[in-house]
Structures are given as structure tokens and as C-alpha cells.
Design a protein around this ligand. Structure first.
Ligand SMILES: O=C(O)CCC(=O)C(=O)O
Ligand SMILES: [Fe+2]
Length: 325
């Protein structure tokens, strides 16, 4: 009997019904499953699984190589393909963001739908590393599924009791940035929490790591894993999106210049005085706003803009030549 390829949570997490995961774990509890690599069609058979050089030849939006030891850390951003491959071979960790491969299309569509994300809300990123390479304890500000396709990587993971749903990534030993400083309650630890769990990722293993979970890694055998990044919006994204698109922000009072905005080292008294009135105006407008209508028209506008952009990109002849040429 031939098995049919069915991309999505069922296959990824080896469950009969995606609701088991969505109701019991998503987006807060980690999950680890070990299963046959053959089910991961696309992840496993993209030529990169055996050949890291081929991975670099795939279209992608960003690449970087990181060197980490107990005393040093540095990154080379957007190296040439040759340089990236060479550095990977001598022990740097290769990070290739947003890899574009037809092999992923069906996965991206299925996962975005099951996770209730807008189209394009799933991004595929690869990490390749040689034995001994690893990452010190850190957290990332996204929901990630780690998909191991080659070799053995040992992870230590722990829920984050220091800051729930951080909006930025953080590595132990560094200074938290201004965003994180607003979100943390107390000092951040100098190491992975003691109660961290060890997870051995082998080809076919998949781990869901919630936003903010602490993790550190150690490459035991030449390793390649994919990070299926779910771009889950946070509430403040939704509000900023609405404000960006709402017609209100294009009305005269909001598009008019702040004529005397600054005095000496800070915002002027004029600005401060008027800002209070503006915020109250915004508050009463928000109170009366119809949420569904606002979001609906913002989404329609965004979709329309994206369609125009993609049509323009596909048909460069439609773009008029720059003035004066
Ligand atoms: O494998 C590594 O070195 C780091 C992996 C990691 O932190 C991640 O995938 O989020
Ligand atoms: Fe990470």
C-alpha cells in the first residue's frame, strides 16, 4: 500500500487529530515526538539534508554564521556562499533564514491554516552545525517547531519563569535590551534553569517550543534542523496594524505636522499639552469603533496592496521607467 503525503500537524506531530495539540498544548506547552524521518517529505528530501552546500543555493532572505564557545561569540552576517560554507565546515553554525523551496509549499499552506495564521505566516529556517558547536542558553520570541532531519543534537529546554511571552530574543550573559527591560520582573539568570529537560533530537524528531522557552544546544553529530517558525501576532501588533490602516489616521487632525515638537532636550510643552487631547480623542474614537469593521477593512487593504506588489514584481514591464530616463 502506498502512503499518501499529508502535510500538517497530524504528520508533523504524529497525532490523529490536530485538535489534540491545539487544545492541550498550543501555544504554551512544549511537545517532543520521535518518529520516522520518511513522514517529513520536503524537510528530509530537500537536497540540503545530505548536502549543506546545496542548502545555501536555495533562495533565502538572510544568512549568517555564528561562532560560539564558552568565552567567545561572534557572527558573520550575509557572508558569500563560499565563505558561509567554509565557516560552517570549520565549526561555525550556519543559519539560513526563510528558505524558499517548492518542497515546503504544501507544508506552509497546511500549517498556516491549522494554526490559524494568515497566508505566509509560516517561515522555514535551517540550522546546520558540526559536532561540538552549540548555542548557549537563550530564548526566542516566537512559537517554533524544531524538525531534526540529520544527525543528533542535544537540547536542554525549560519553561520561562522569568518573563512570560517576551517580545525579543535574549542570550544569557548579555544585557537585556530596552524592550525586555520593560517586560522582566527581576534579574535574568546566568545559565539555563536547573530543572531544564534534556531532549535528544534525532532524524525524524520534532519539538514544539513555545514562545520564550529557555533552550541551549549541543551538536553531538553533524546536524541539520529546520525551524518552522509560526509568526503568531501579539495583541499590540493587531492594534498597530489597525492604526496603520484606519482612515482616521489620514484625516486632517492626524496628518497635520507637529509644528513645534521639540524644545532643548525633550518634547515641547506644546506637544505634551496637545498630545493629551489627541489621546483622549483617540480613546473616544476607539470606544465607538466597530472592531470587526476596522479590522476587516484593514485586512482587505493590506491584501489588496500585497496583490498589487506581487503583480508588479511578476511583470516588471508594468513599472514605468524612472523619471528622466
Ligand atoms: O542549534 C543551534 O545552535 C541553535 C538552535 C536554536 O536556538 C533554535 O533553533 O532556536
Ligand atoms: Fe533558539
Amino acid at each position: 500500500m502506498t502512503s499518501t503525503f499529508s502535510p500538517g500537524l497530524r504528520t508533523l506531530l504524529q497525532i490523529d487529530d490536530p485538535r489534540t495539540f491545539l487544545d492541550q498544548c498550543w501555544p504554551d506547552r512544549h511537545v517532543v515526538v520521535h518518529g520516522p524521518i520518511e513522514r517529513l517529505t520536503g524537510f528530509a528530501d530537500i537536497s540540503a539534508a545530505e548536502d549543506v552546500r546545496a542548502l545555501l543555493e536555495h533562495g533565502h532572505t538572510y544568512r549568517r554564521v555564528d561562532y560560539r564557545s564558552s568565552t567567545q561569540f561572534f557572527s558573520v552576517e550575509n557572508p558569500s556562499i563560499e565563505e558561509a560554507y567554509h565557516l560552517y565546515q570549520i565549526g561555525f553554525t550556519l543559519y539560513v533564514y526563510d528558505v524558499d523551496s517548492p518542497a515546503f509549499n504544501a507544508w506552509k499552506v497546511a500549517l498556516a491554516e491549522e494554526l490559524n495564521l494568515p497566508p505566509g505566516g509560516v517561515v522555514m529556517t535551517a540550522f546546520a552545525s558540526r559536532p561540538g558547536a552549540g548555542s548557549r542558553a537563550h530564548f526566542d520570541a516566537q512559537e517554533n517547531f524544531m524538525v531534526q532531519v540529520r544527525g543528533h543534537k542535544r537540547w536542554r529546554i525549560a519553561p520561562n519563569k522569568h518573563v512570560a511571552y517576551p517580545s525579543d530574543n535574549y542570550f544569557v550573559g548579555s544585557e537585556p535590551n530596552a524592550t525586555l527591560r520593560k517586560q522582566i520582573q527581576g534579574p535574568l539568570p546566568q545559565d539555563i534553569p536547573e530543572d531544564a529537560l534534556t531532549v535528544d533530537m534525532q532524524p525524524g524528531s520534532v519539538m514544539f517550543l513555545p514562545r520564550g522557552y529557555w533552550h541551549e544546544t549541543d551538536t553531538v553529530e553533524d546536524s541539520l534542523h529546520w525551524v518552522v517558525q509560526a509568526q503568531v501576532p501579539i495583541w499590540s501588533d493587531v492594534l498597530q496594524f489597525i492604526l496603520k490602516h484606519t482612515p482616521l489616521m489620514h484625516e486632517l487632525p492626524w496628518r497635520s505636522p507637529v509644528a513645534r515638537a521639540w524644545k532643548g532636550t525633550g518634547p515641547s510643552a506644546d506637544l505634551m499639552r496637545e498630545l493629551g487631547a489627541k489621546l483622549r480623542e483617540l480613546g473616544s474614537w476607539l470606544e465607538q469603533a466597530n472592531a470587526e469593521e476596522l479590522l476587516g477593512s484593514a485586512v482587505r487593504e493590506q491584501v489588496q496592496q500585497e496583490m498589487i506588489q506581487s503583480i508588479k514584481a511578476a511583470q516588471p514591464t508594468l513599472n514605468p521607467p524612472p523619471e528622466g530616463r
